[in-house]
Design a protein around this ligand. Structure first.
Ligand code: ZN
Length: 123
């Protein structure tokens, strides 16, 4: 059936996407949160909101990116003076310690692995 053929192709594409995700060197830190992108693609539950789609590639609302494209004067975080990136906001910014602990607990439970690392060396 034509429909089945189409679905077969879709699975292959998703596996390729996963392979790129696992082996790529861009935004390595996001893989600490999302190890398998497949459930995110075409999932029926939950929502990927504006902030999620902005922070995953590190675009949009972060000053380091906005500064790079000429839309902000200062690339650094107003609190700590470090580069205002998505990674900084999620893992380092002092403003959200309670939220960060909650997130870490959820991620640890879901991954069963505190020491997960992506394949590429940290920058
Ligand atoms: Zn900061």
């Amino acid at each position: 059936m034509q429909h089945g053929h189409k679905e077969g192709r879709k699975v292959l594409t998703e596996d390729k996407r996963q392979e790129k995700w696992s082996n790529g060197c861009k935004a390595i830190w996001t893989r600490i949160l999302i190890r398998d992108v497949r459930p995110w693609v075409g999932r029926a539950h939950g929502q990927v909101d504006y902030y999620t789609t902005e922070f995953l590639p590190g675009h949009g609302i972060f000053d380091e990116y906005l500064c790079r494209i000429g839309k902000a004067e200062d690339a650094n975080c107003r609190e700590s003076g470090q580069g205002d990136t998505a990674e900084h906001a999620v893992f380092q910014r002092p403003r959200w310690p309670r939220e960060r602990r909650e997130m870490e607990e959820i991620v640890e439970k879901k991954t069963h692995n505190k020491k997960y690392r992506a394949g590429c060396p940290p920058k």
